[in-house]
Structures are given as C-alpha cells and as structure tokens.
Ligand binder design. Structure first.
Ligand SMILES: Nc1nc2c(ncn2[C@@H]2O[C@H](COP(=O)(O)OP(=O)(O)OP(=O)(O)O)[C@@H](O)[C@H]2O)c(=O)[nH]1
Ligand SMILES: [Mg+2]
Length: 248
C-alpha cells in the first residue's frame, strides 16, 4: 500500500493518474482511494478527483473511490485501513491512498499505508516547515512536483540538504515527467518492507480500540450521560468502573 500526501493543489491526483497509467502498463491492478480528512462535505473535491481520473474509469483493472472523514480523526485511519485491507483481499496489486494536507491525520494515514510519498511544490516554504515538524518521520519518499516552476532546482537542492537520508524524486506530473522514476522508487521502498511491523501494530491497535468502544452498550452510555449531565455522577469514576481492570 502506498500513500500520497501533500498540500491542496500540489498535484497529488495528477501524479496518481500518471502512476496508475504506469502500473497499468505493467499489467498491475490498481485501487486508488482519495481521503479528505479536513472536510466531511468535500463534494467538489471528490467530484474533481473523479473527473481528473476519468481516463481510467472504464478500465476494470482500476478501482477509484473517495472517502470523507467519519467525524473523528482516528476514524480516517481506521476506515482507510479497512478499505485498503479489502482492496488487498480483492487482489489489487497496488493500493494507493491520496490524502490532503500535512497534519496529524495524514501522519495517521501514512502509518496505515506503510510507504508514503510526500508531495511538495517549489516555493512552498510552509510545507517544508511542516516536514521538519514531523511528517517526514512517516515519509518514505519526497516528491517535488511542478518542477517546471522557476526556482525548482534551488528548491530541490535545499530539500536534499535538509533531508539527505530521504529519497527525492523530481516530477512534472502535468507533463508526465518523473512518473516512471517515482513508480520505481516507490516499488523499491515497498520491497524494502518499510514500516511493515509498525503498520501491523497500528492496525491492531486501531482494531482493539474500536472493539473496546463498541463493547459499551448504547443504553449504558445514554444512562451514564444523563446521570453526569444531571449532576448525579462523576464521569471519571464511571469510566473507571467500566475499564477498571485495564488501569495501569
Ligand atoms: N505547472 C504544473 N501544474 C501541475 C503539475 N502537476 C499538476 N498540476 C496542476 O495543478 C493543479 C492541481 O493538481 P491536482 O492533481 O488536482 O492536485 P491535488 O494535490 O490532487 O489537489 P487536491 O486534491 O485538491 O488537494 C491542476 O490544475 C494540475 O493540472 C505540474 O507538474 N506542473
Ligand atoms: Mg487531489
């Protein structure tokens, strides 16, 4: 599973379209999932992605879906994890997950997918700050897209200086440049098994948490909420009673 993350408009969907074309050329079946953690109502963006990836819509070797936030941050990662597992079980050779932004939700999604490409654009100083602040910890590959922009070479040079240990690929997705190299580097990272054990632990942790939350009946939850809201109960004590054996 591969993740593609980066700021709005960085060119993730254009890169995804190019990568899908490349993988299809190699005879691979591809699932592409676009996740939008920031906005639960991003009908526009979802529609945009669908239209942009239209060249693949009639290809039965390609599965494209969009997913919105399910109301909580961890939910994106958990739902994405389920979806990627399903796609793998269904026999897709590559599962690509596109997320917008460089925040915590993207880091979570990156943990789920294992190998992540972070897409940045020349001149995006903010993104570089975000990279320094931690997202690169989860990143396997840096992609500088829009290398047709002025100042691209300088930007690439400074990034290589900042992150000497991270593979960096230069692309101009709109012209199809650098796509094959990116596909090769992603494949290589995948082969290296980057983040496999970590990925598995994360999935299991999410699953356990979900099961734990589902173990409490709606009636009990409602009863306790009314008690606490009415001033007749201490929420900490109630939770302590429920999960007492798990303390410490
Ligand atoms: N000049 C230039 N434009 C590009 C390049 N790659 C993509 N674009 C353009 O950038 C715009 C945004 O591209 P998208 O692929 O939709 O970007 P995105 O990161 O998926 O955007 P969101 O999903 O909205 O966050 C489109 O108009 C693309 O045609 C590139 O290499 N050079
Ligand atoms: Mg997009």
């Amino acid at each position: 599973m591969l993740g593609l993350t980066g700021a709005p408009g960085a060119g993730k969907s254009t890169l995804a379209t190019g990568l899908i074309r490349e993988w299809r050329g190699q005879g691979k079946r591809v699932a592409a999932i676009a996740v939008d953690p920031s906005s639960p109502f991003s009908g526009g963006a979802i529609l945009g992605d669908r239209i942009r990836m239209m060249e693949h819509h009639a290809d039965e070797g390609v599965f494209i879906r969009s997913m919105a936030n399910r109301g909580r941050l961890g939910g994106v990662a958990a739902a994405t994890s389920d979806m990627t597992l399903l796609c793998e079980a269904a026999g897709f050779d590559v599962v690509l997950v596109e997320t917008v932004g460089v925040g915590q939700a993207e880091v979570d999604v990156a943990r789920v997918v294992g190998v992540t490409a972070v897409v940045v654009v020349p001149g995006m100083g903010d993104a570089v700050q975000a990279l320094k602040a931690g997202i690169l910890e989860a990143a396997s590959v840096l992609v500088v897209n829009k290398c047709d922009y002025a100042g691209a070479a300088d930007f690439v040079g400074s990034l290589r200086g900042e992150f000497p240990a991270t593979p960096l690929v230069e692309t101009t997705a709109s012209a199809g440049r650098g796509i094959r190299e990116l596909a090769d580097v992603l494949e290589q990272r995948k082969q290296e098994g980057a983040g496999r054990a970590q990925l598995w632990r994360w999935r299991m942790r999410e699953m356990l948490l979900e099961q734990l939350a589902e173990g409490i009946s709606e009636a009990r939850l409602q009863e306790a909420a009314e008690l606490v809201a009415g001033g007749g109960g201490d929420p900490y004590r109630i939770v302590d009673e429920w999960v007492g054996s798990l303390r410490g």
